[in-house]
Design a protein around this ligand. Structure first.
Ligand code: LMR
Length: 436
């Protein structure tokens, strides 16, 4: 496994200057032997686990530059990944960028990605980790732990603080980093602060990521952050952007299973409609238990309409009360589920929830927002919206409320989506699942 580090400082205002053509140093150079650009002041460390050392090819950097980087003896030796790809019938390497990589969610997620449980045992990966200036030390610690884990499929790790470098050529971008709402902070303030981060990251993806990159936005408020991101990445299909509502789906399945006295794998067709907020709508009308509509299995309609719905909507808050911090492990698991749902075919008749762009949706939901809806995939990374759903008056009324909230959030970030002046009139009850 290789570790490359870029410690050039970065601030978004420098972006336009550094944007085009800035390579994410360390990757290609190490694999192919081409030299690093000598004029850039980089601190690079790279390594290969001893049991992965192949016949050495050209040195990673010219020998006269060796003193400019930190190497650890044999770990500076380069290897030929193509040999491994051939002999082990591996697929070709994919690059996965993760923001907020030094945080708690990533600390669970990265090791799942590296183990092969997400993309499969024949899929080598490169992890390109984005942190902030403040988290750079911690990020190095994360990279060291990844090294020490000797994951055979993890071929390269790079860390950096400039999204224009870290997102280069990535085929997946898992955008986790965001500021949590602090004491006394208005929601509009949170939308603005995080919105700026996601506007910048959208621009960076547009400039340097794979043209078919799949983006999963986890940082809250994730629906509107995803909208901001896609609006700033006009060359990437809007359909490729997701806001994570899979955690809400998983929570809803768990609650229904407990009430029905069945194991949670018996719950299917679980849609979360709307925003990842307390207006989200866990849909018990279309969900099934053992293939039977939930309402025929759980006859307690009052529980479904009130307790069940509220439990799912506010689960994040209860968890914060218990843990003293936001959900991390279960969020990471749900990111894994969300990716797997896109790279494996959806089981016949079932669907999964994801916050996706509403243009062309068949449910009458307002266009041009990111709204959680039921999706199906053939396993090619793409999805279609499920059309075999029923929507009654009760469900529609709730969906409308979440829609109104997202439209208000959108007005609030108009300055970040290129749609003019922002006007913030957020509904009173607009809250993240973790807010009380
Ligand atoms: C969650 O659903 O657990 C988080 O989104 C909570 C939050 O509000 O940060």
């Amino acid at each position: 496994m290789a570790l490359s580090k870029i410690s050039t400082s970065y601030s978004p205002s420098q972006t336009l200057k550094s944007k085009p053509g800035v390579p994410f140093h360390g990757y290609d150079a190490k694999r192919t032997g081409v030299s690093f650009e000598p004029h850039r002041r980089l601190r690079i460390s790279c390594s290969v686990a001893p049991n992965e050392v192949q016949a050495p090819v050209a040195p990673a950097v010219p020998s006269d530059k060796a003193s400019n980087r930190e190497c650890y003896g044999v770990f500076c030796t380069t290897y030929d990944l193509r040999a491994d790809e051939k002999t082990k019938s591996w697929k070709s390497l994919i690059k996965i960028a993760v923001s907020g990589a030094a945080g708690m969610i990533s600390n669970h997620l990265l090791f799942k990605l590296a183990s092969g449980e997400v993309f499969g045992p024949d899929q080598p990966i490169a992890l390109q980790l984005l942190g902030s200036e403040r988290s750079l030390q911690a990020l190095e610690g994360v990279a060291m732990e990844l090294e020490d884990s000797l994951y055979p499929l993890l071929r390269e790790v790079g860390i950096g603080i400039n999204p224009y470098e870290v997102f280069r050529d990535c085929e997946w971008a898992l955008l986790i980093g965001a500021k949590p709402r602090g004491p006394g902070m208005e929601r509009a303030g949170l939308l603005d602060i995080n919105g700026q981060i996601f506007a910048e990251q959208g621009k960076a993806l547009n400039a340097v990521a794979s043209r078919n990159v799949k983006v999963i936005v986890v940082g809250n408020p994730c629906n509107t952050n995803a909208l901001i991101c896609l609006k700033n990445a006009p060359d990437i299909p809007a359909k490729n952007f997701h806001a994570l509502t899979r955690l809400d789906e998983n929570r809803a399945k768990c609650q229904l299973a407990m009430k029905a006295g069945v194991f949670y794998d018996k719950v299917s067709n679980m849609t979360i409609w709307g925003n990842h907020s307390t207006t989200q709508v866990p849909d018990f009308l279309n969900a099934k238990i053992n293939g039977i509509p939930v309402k025929e299995v759980i006859k307690d309609t009052k529980w479904l309409e009130t307790e069940f719905t509220e439990r799912v909507q506010k689960r994040g808050g209860v968890l914060i009360q218990k843990w003293g911090r936001s959900s991390a492990a279960s969020t990471a698991v749900s990111v894994v589920d969300a990716i797997r749902s896109l790279v494996t075919p959806t089981p016949e008749g079932d669907w999964f929830s994801s916050g996706v762009y509403t243009n062309g949706n068949p449910y009458g939901i307002a266009e041009d927002i990111v709204f959680s809806m039921p999706c199906r995939s053939k396993g090619d990374g793409d999805y279609e919206l499920a059309t075999d759903v029923i929507i009654d008056d009760f469900l529609r009324e709730r969906i409308k409320k979440s829609e109104a909230e997202l439209l208000a959030e959108k007005r609030c970030v108009a300055h970040l989506t290129g749609e003019g002046n922002a006007y913030c009139d957020l509904p009173e009850d607009t809250m993240l699942p973790g807010e009380q």
